[in-house]
Design a protein around this ligand. Sequence first.
Ligand code: GLA
Length: 399
Amino acid sequence: MPNTIRRFLTAGAIVAAAMLALTAARTSPPHDNGLARTPPMGWNSWNHFGCNVSALLIREVADAMAANGMRDAGYQYITIDDCWQVARDAKGVIVADSARFPGGMKPLADYVHSKGLKFGIYTDAGRFTCQHRPGSYGYEDIDAKTYASWGVDYVKIDWCNAEGIDAPTQYAKLRDALLHSGRPIVFSICEWGSNRPWEWAPAVGNLWRTTGDIQDRWNSVLTIVTLSSQYWHAAKPGAWNDPDMLEVGNGGMTRDEYRAHFSLWAMMAAPLMAGNDVRTMLDSTRLAASTRDILLNRDVIAVDQDSLGVQGMVVQDNPPDLQVWAKPLADGSRAVLLFNRASVPSAITANFGAVGIKTREARIRDLWTHSDTSGVAGRYTATVPSHGVVMLRMWPVGR
Ligand code: GLA
């Protein structure tokens, strides 16, 4: 056994625990809006633009996503996060900022739809949003109906200024309001993992944040991965853990770190919501080239979007830095991630038994170099860059 992976959890124990947890998760009542059978993909304004949102920006983003390959790779929802709303009118209907969104939201939704994309919006379950715009507390039905009348396809609902409100009860109320709005709307719960959402949110929303906000740096990715990976048993088609939106392309991490970030999100069957300025993705800069290479990697996206809908998990752990992850896929293959948190490159060996490959031989595709190889004698070793990954897909060969 190579000394890079010394401490193996026994493969048998992991598989048994996995099966047990999976059975428990799959018997909880389903969220029945029929949407998000695979993790939702799209773009959200917050990580790059914060409050600086406008109809012009959203139109340009829609144009960019239709032209730069994102739409064709599966990115679908364009979501305006906080700061689009300013007030309520005399009837309690939410009012969009007329300087930034002249003409209101309906024509903007129509424009996004005309590009073959879907339209998302943000509100808060409490009295005010995190940026102190009007929240939906007490206006659940009227807001859901307003969004439906605009053509909204996706709603993210935050948890600021919600003191004294019970999260499962309030989010269930919002679920019912959306279900009765007259339009199919993906429901994204954003209470940052503060009320153990993995226990109740699968019956309420299509996705739920498991952690606080992501930041565009490596330590933030590590913190989120450590937390969110624990709740893998709660994920299933229609209901996903949400480790927050992507930072790929925003410039605060290296290429290898962004590859790791994206690969880990795919292994975790996480929603893939780009958070960069997608209007610059066709530029001739190195950052744009590597952002395209990452966000448009169809081999990795296919792992995220696999129809089996099982969240991958750590199957071999050599603390503090080296891990092997595995995610079972619908065609009987396994996605396997060799993950190196260390500040130096390291060899990591995946044991077929631990990742769920029952044969001694496997056909292997490297999902970042897009090359094919094979593994024999029941294992595969690769050198993994610092703060990086090698991501593989393995098919059993023989019996
Ligand atoms: C919270 C959410 C973020 C973003 C901001 C907007 O922090 O977790 O994702 O929506 O609010 O104010």
